[in-house]
Design a protein around this ligand. Sequence first.
Ligand code: HMG
Ligand code: MG
Length: 304
Amino acid sequence: MTMTLPKRVTLVEVGARDGLQNEQTPITTDIRIDLCNRLSDAGFPNVEAGSFVSPKWVPQMADTAELMGRIARRPGVIYSVLTPNLKGFEGALAARADEVVIFGAASEAFSHRNINCSIAESVARFEPVARAAKEHGMRLRASVSCAMGCPYQGEVPPAAVADIVARFADLGCDMIDIADTIGVGTPRQTQAAFEAALTVVPVARLSGHFHDTYGMALANVYASLELGVSTFHASVAGLGGCPFAKGATGNVATEDLLYMLDGLGIETGVDLAKVVAIGQWISSHIGRKAAARAGNALSARLAA
Ligand code: HMG
Ligand code: MG
């Protein structure tokens, strides 16, 4: 059976945020700024640049206000930042972010570990953020962590995904990310999570955010494409992980995702060669090999 896949996919580059939030090697603000600039130059329509969260919880993102003030804004690019509460929103507003991201979970246990409150409390906290975003004409996105499994509670039923997606839809979120925080999902499970979300919102408002911990991310992207999902998050060089999900590794590597999408004839507007170079460059600053299979292969071919 041949499925019709989307002809075009929107990529959200999350390396500067999801990638570097978990990085133990100190990365200077200048390098983070350079990373954002290189990514926008490579053609990404959305660059997730940082987080306005407690610096005690995630010190790596403490310089987000400075970064947002100093990056070279490329016209048309959406610069997004994480905002867990009104204090975070105020930071995002002052920094002239285009999109704010509220982040909740389909798992109670993870909600407590990540943002220190229950799912219901988190939604109550997000309400004023959502209202403020609308008042200021900013795009509003929401992330649903642990949609395929939780490091603390284990299995997460698709019904729990539908529940939190419904709450985010009620808040008026433009986009809702279905996130596999610890990369445990397999393709049919991914489809089940999306099918649950699709009972609440149309596919155009859903995106896939897959960590590659178990090597399933590309397969899960493909399974999502089969359902018509056409927005995906990826991290250059496969950087990243969540500090509150021990052992979780980075998102699907952007280079690998682009290589697959290019091969499928799906347009992204992103220049793979540029992304390969960025992946090698940022990995050299971090001091380890990029976790991007296609990226490393293409880079080796160029060097030969
Ligand atoms: P809390 O301790 O419950 O909050 O933390 P609080 O309101 O009691 O505030 C405590 C302190 O934090 C206070 O400072 C506040 O001012 C400060 P103190 O008086 O102790 O000096 N504070 C802030 N500072 C800066 N910006 C803010 C802010 N809010 C409070 N916005 C809170 C609650 C949500 C703040 C905390 O738990 C937190 O910051 N968590 C960060 C979680 C995080 O960033 N996780 C990683 C990103 S999510 C992710 O990676 C998943 C995703 O990729 C999808 C996926 O893969 O699943 C999106
Ligand atoms: Mg993530």
